[in-house]
Each structure stands twice: as C-alpha cells, then as structure tokens.
Unconditional design. Structure first.
Length: 177
C-alpha cells in the first residue's frame, strides 16, 4: 500500500473535501477515525495504518486526539475550522519558500493566503527551500516577523512548528537572501 498516496488522501479529506469520505468535521477540524475508516472509498484504512501514517509523516501534517478517537490536519485548511491556536511572539526572522515565477507578484502584493486561511512560514531555511522547490525554481524569502509583531500583527505556531500569519506585506520581505 502506498502510504504517500494515503497521506495525500488524508490531507484532501481533512483539509479541503471531507465530503469525499462522508466525514463530519467539528469546529476544530476533528473527524472520527472510525468514520474515516468506514467511509473511505479510496483506500482500505485501519486504525493501525492511520496511526503509522501520522507517526511517519515527516511534516507532521496530522494529529490524533488524546483519546485516540479523532484525527485532524494541523493546518492548511481551505474549509472553515478553528484550530484554537493562540497568538505567539515570533522569532525576529521567519522564512518562506516560493517559486521564482511568483516573485514579481509577491513584490507587488506581498505574501497572500490564497485558498488557505493563513500564509505558512517556517524558522528553517531548508524547510522553506523544500517547499519552494515543489513549485519550480525555489526562491527563499525572509520575513521581518519582529517588525510585523511590533505593529500588532498576530502570528500563530502550529503543533508541527509551522508559523501562520494573515498576510505579509512586501515591505516586510527580504528578497536578497
């Protein structure tokens, strides 16, 4: 069984289209694992398989509830969920990786969330570059998170160390890294 395909399927139904697995997500994005197993038409799922995919996912995209009965995506939703994240003071500089073909637009409008609820940032240059390579020739951007925070912009940090923010204006970006 291809765990990468199953991980992509879990991302799809837990972030964007729960109806594909006839899932009901609660306000915080949690779905019953039993419903996911029972309703999945794409893959033959089991609790053990789901747990192994959650444990092995290097990006820690998913979380299982403390009682082991529910699963959710940690971030990246295009559907409305409340991840109950608390505003957190960011490090001085955060990073974002993107493809070079997007640079002119980013210089004009900054980083926008697109179909997601937030812009995704990281403390790691390597992680940012890996993300950027998924979309073409990678460009590393630095974000003046300290200045944004000092201006009252709220930052949130997810369980898997991804920093989230509503928008990054172009004047807070460093393109010459």
């Amino acid at each position: 069984m291809n765990n990468k395909k199953i991980s992509k399927y879990l991302s799809l139904v837990l972030r964007h289209k729960p109806e594909l697995a006839n899932l009901q997500l609660n306000n915080q994005g949690w779905a019953l694992i039993d419903d996911l197993i029972k309703n999945s038409r794409e893959h033959a799922l089991s609790l053990e398989l789901i747990q192994s995919i959650v444990d092995a996912n290097d990006k820690q995209r998913f979380a299982i509830s403390e009682d082991g009965k529910m699963i959710r995506a940690n971030q990246g939703h295009s559907i409305d969920v409340d991840l109950a994240l608390k505003a957190t003071i960011p490090p001085d500089i955060l990073f974002h990786g993107t493809a070079s073909r997007f640079i002119e637009s980013i210089k004009e409008v900054g980083l926008i969330k697109g179909q997601r609820h937030h812009v995704h940032l990281t403390e790691s240059k390597d992680t940012a570059m890996k993300v950027g390579r998924r979309y073409g020739k990678a460009i590393l951007l630095g974000i003046d998170a300290k200045a944004m925070h000092m201006q009252g912009v709220k930052f949130y940090k997810t369980q898997n160390q991804v920093w989230l923010v509503e928008h990054v204006p172009p004047e807070k970006l460093h393109f010459d890294l």
